[in-house]
Design a protein around this ligand. Sequence first.
Ligand code: CP
Ligand code: NVA
Length: 313
Amino acid sequence: MPGRTFLSVLDLSPEALETCLGLAARLKRERHLGADAPTARALAGHSLALLFDKPSLRTRTGFEIAMRELGGHVTCPPSADALGTREPLADVARTLERWASVAAVRTFEQARLHEFVEATTRLRIVNALTNEEHPCQALADCLTVHERCGAVTGRTLAYVGDGNNVATSLTHAAMMLGLNLRLASPEGFALSDATLAAARQVARHGAEVVQYQDPVEAVRGADAVYADVWTSMGQETDATRRRAAFQGFRVTRALMAKANDDAFFMHCLPAHRGEEVEEEVLEGPRSVVFDQAENRLHTQKALLLMMLEGVGI
Ligand code: CP
Ligand code: NVA
């Protein structure tokens, strides 16, 4: 079944990614129609299973509201039952496939999602964040850049921090949409050469991704500056070493002043104020973090519609 998985932004064609963002913008405009929205019953009869091995507010609740607003149902089996040691993942996947149309899974290794895919033939599977990728976040981020800039293509975004799951998916989406990316990470925390090579393979409209070790150099000429936590979920025992390594990679008012005059600040949330971002930047007039959070809903709705109605994904 084509378009059965969204484990990575790379599962989408560039055209499907553009379609998804356009559909999300339309769903955002139509949301005020409530039960009269043209899509209010679109997913009637479909169930979404939410399987989360790590905490979540935006992704989990965003999917719950998205599915309900599209007329579908949501089920949230406890993670200890679905993703623990009680039974093999393949058995969980094959059971859910008999009941649900789609599963959104947040877990540790991306390989665990592949176990879901290999065990099933019909179940749609969405990556709700793994150690390696966070593709749902990238959809909302690109919609937010589009809203702010009127376009994504030809703009420049600087990402300051860890070459992590958020950075990886953002890089994939940016290259596909023609958004230039400048990534500043301390030595040992940059995106891998393999990740960069895969992203460059899908680059369009001359998009470039360049790595820096100096955040000031990276933000020069940027239309937006993006930060994520220095210690991701699952890395807590490494927090002290990371805090030391990332000193100098905090997004401060001084750093924002080196970017373009009207540059805005992005963060996937949750944020650690005073760590990767200064309170004044996060709460300042150039912060669009709650637009990003809102757009998680609209983009996840678009994704579900495309995957379940087979609209070109
Ligand atoms: N940005 C994001 O994925 O938020 P949650 O961890 O709250 O889902
Ligand atoms: N990089 C962070 C993103 C949280 C939404 C993490 O994986 O914890």
